[in-house]
Design a protein around this ligand. Structure first.
Ligand code: SF4
Length: 239
């Protein structure tokens, strides 16, 4: 019988080349994050992540977009991946979805200084538009989310948020399991070892894709209600 590692390599070799690259590179990322001293600061982890090559997503992206915000934030918001503008600027949630998030946080009376924002995947995955120069968002694969997970775990370990908020299905399913349905469980407190309180809601980009103004307005309202629930949880647990 082959040793465990050899069996894994053998199984990997049957996958398509891109998948093979991604899967074999998982151990590289894991090593990259685990190789950090236990007391490495959040900035040191961020610097290490900027050189990450553990899956193929770095190749077409401009840079790693690590999380940012208060180092001991009470609330951590986790989205799927950086978008076009985030990729160019190198900061999370600075594009249209980020502006909508800021508006919703303000309406829910959550201070940005209380919040740390990040994504389950740190590089922008995209494909070129059929016409023009637009870069179209592509959903990351499960293996890419897994490859990037050590960076998110490193952020969670250091920030230690009181409330973890998953924004959208990709983040919720990555952190809470593949069967999690945001449509059914949004705004509810979820039992999880990741943080004392865990809640999932929609990603602000889904509100931007609403079919008309009325629908956008209703979806934004529901999003603000979910964030108000987060604010109530924070008040109960911190004060
Ligand atoms: S997406 Fe994550 S795992 Fe893949 S190269 Fe970027 S930082 Fe590394």
């Amino acid at each position: 019988m082959l040793p465990r590692t050899a069996r894994r390599v053998d199984a990997t070799s049957r996958k398509d080349p891109q998948e093979r690259d991604t899967v074999s590179a998982e151990s590289v990322t894991t090593r990259a994050a685990q190789g950090l001293p236990r007391n490495a600061s959040l900035s040191e982890v961020s610097r290490a992540a900027s050189a990450c090559r553990a899956c193929d997503l770095w190749k077409a992206a401009t840079q790693t977009v690590f999380g940012e915000g208060a180092k001991k934030a009470v609330i951590m918001l986790v989205g799927e991946q950086p978008g076009d503008q985030e990729d160019r600027v190198g900061r999370p949630f600075v594009g249209p979805a980020g502006r909508l998030l800021d508006q919703a946080l303000a309406e829910a009376e959550i201070e940005r200084s209380e919040v740390y924002v990040t994504n389950v995947v740190k590089h922008f995955k995209w494909s070129p538009a059929e016409r023009g120069k637009r870069r179209i968002h592509k959903k990351p694969r499960y293996s890419e989310i897994q490859a990037c997970r050590p960076w998110l775990d490193a952020e969670l370990e250091r920030v230690k948020p009181e409330v973890l908020v998953c924004l959208g299905a990709s983040a919720a399913q990555a952190l809470l399991g593949k069967d999690f349905r945001v449509s059914r469980q949004r705004g509810q407190l979820i039992e999880s070892s990741l943080a004392p309180h865990v809640i999932a809601t929609v990603h602000p980009s889904s509100i931007l894709r609403a079919r008309d103004d009325q629908s956008r307005h209703e979806q934004l309202n529901s999003f603000v209600q979910d964030l108000k629930q987060v604010a109530r949880v924070v008040k109960r647990s911190v004060h």
